[in-house]
Unconditional design. Structure first.
Length: 455
């Protein structure tokens, strides 16, 4: 999961290195060769500010090929996108990736979030003034963090809510070092940030409008140093985190999932443990029993939803469901058998990925936008679900069944909500043996747009 002093400093980087290994595209190529293999970059969804990198500002309702690129991490904010380069080597009949030092951005620069003075419509490299490999990139609504392999966190963009830990400076257009100890994991919400330090402290800063930093902090903006939380040792050490619009999630190595902040979508009294963190911060605590007793290896957050992936590739979701965010179209109360409020489900539930025929789909990565999500299975298939008004699910209306969608689009060419995971069709790739289906190696999500890198 999150390993101290290793180059893969957060769970997303760890998973991308160890899980996205796929066979050679051409079996007659020499397996012993160390050949760099660029992947194909696809993007789709909202593009009002050029955040897809297509060179224009037109939304895309289906995945569109953008460029060849070697990428190790990709993500996006409200209207900007960021990726860091990586080198992919063929080792035997597998691919292995190694992170690079360059960072590329595009889209809106209204608050300096793309790390330059202009607002590029294509991805452009920014000046990082650092030679450390990049472990991860993280975006809030209009701010960006770059986590280096040495645990240093670089920041740029909006600081209106002290998201960048630079008091009295509202906008930073070039990367600066955040005043933090060594960091292993970091996640950004709408206007707040959560990180896990090398000493197993949970650090939070930025807006605390709905308690996402903890009840002991100011209810508006947390100036000064981060809030520091410590978990009870009986619950294990924090190893991963995620953040939504107004909530923060902490995963421990003992399999516990804690949620703080706005809790109304994430549990009900009597059916989930209600505890505290650091003595007086209210939190919902989900034990391993909530996930069929399996360890959780990855967590992600939408604006008001939470995703937890087990070591066996089973995905659990809970939170708001009114736009299909949970990927579970038929919510029912597992405790009483009665229907739940269709607006949200406060309990973790298993997501089905087209395995009604008895087969088991093993999910290896999950990324969440504001109200839509992407997942990759062990065969390299790409799945999406949730809000699709701007095409962020990449599902054309004529390719999905009525049972899998809610259409409020007035007859337009896309489904406004995709309530159940649906396969996304990417263009086949040309190889020395002819065309073959694309295998998804890496995924990324902005708040209303999506990325896939395929081989």
């Amino acid at each position: 999961i999150c390993i101290v002093n290793e180059i893969y400093s957060d769970i997303s980087s760890f998973l991308s290195f160890y899980r996205f290994c796929v066979p050679f595209p051409c079996e007659n190529e020499r397996p012993g060769s160390m050949m760099v293999s660029p992947s194909k970059m696809f993007a789709w969804g909202a593009n009002t500010h050029g955040q897809l990198g297509t060179g224009d500002t037109t939304d895309r309702f289906e995945p569109e090929y953008i460029q060849d690129a070697n990428v190790s991490v990709v993500t996006g904010g409200g209207s900007h996108s960021v990726y860091t380069d990586g080198t992919y080597f063929r080792l035997g009949f597998k691919y292995a990736s190694f992170p690079g030092i360059d960072v590329y951005t595009c889209g809106s620069n209204s608050a300096g979030q793309v790390g330059r003075e202009n607002s590029p419509l294509h991805f452009q490299k920014i000046d990082m003034e650092s030679k450390y490999p990049v472990a991860s990139v993280i975006c809030g609504w209009d701010f960006t963090f770059v986590l280096q392999s040495d645990g240093c966190l670089l920041a740029f963009g909006s600081n209106a809510h002290n998201q960048l830990l630079s008091n009295k400076i509202r906008r930073i257009s070039k990367p600066i070092r955040a005043s933090l100890p060594t960091v292993r994991c970091v996640a950004a919400g709408l206007r707040h940030v959560i990180a896990i330090s090398a000493s197993n402290e949970v650090l939070l800063w930025g807006s605390n409008h709905r308690g996402q930093l903890g009840s002991t902090a100011s209810k508006t903006i947390k100036d000064g140093p981060p809030v520091c939380l410590k978990l009870d040792k009986s619950h294990g050490c924090p190893v991963a985190c995620s953040a939504g619009a107004y909530h923060s999630v902490i995963l421990t190595d003992a399999g516990f999932v804690f949620i703080i902040g706005e809790l109304k979508y994430f549990g009900e009294d009597g059916n989930v443990s209600i505890g505290t963190i650091s003595g007086d911060i209210p939190a919902y605590m989900f034990t391993p029993d909530s996930f069929d007793g399996r360890p959780i290896v990855q967590t992600a957050s939408g604006w008001s939803s939470v995703f937890a992936l087990t070591d066996t590739g089973v995905l659990f979701t809970w939170g708001r469901a009114d736009l299909g965010q949970l990927g579970r179209p038929h919510l029912s109360d597992c405790h009483s058998g009665s229907p739940r409020n269709p607006e949200f489900d406060p309990f973790p539930g298993h997501v089905s990925f087209g395995d009604d025929d008895g087969s088991v789909t093993r999910i290896v990565d999950i990324k969440a936008g504001a109200e839509h999500s992407l997942a990759v299975d062990s065969d390299g298939n790409l799945w999406t679900w949730g809000w699709n008004e701007h095409g962020m699910c990449g599902i054309p209306k004529n390719t999905i069944s009525e049972n899998d969608s809610l259409d409020h689009s007035g007859g337009t060419k896309h489904c406004s909500c995709v309530v159940q995971p649906s396969r996304v069709n990417l263009l086949p790739l040309s190889t020395c043996q002819g065309l073959r289906p694309a295998k998804t190696r890496l995924i990324g999500a902005g708040y209303g747009h999506s990325f896939a890198y395929v081989v």
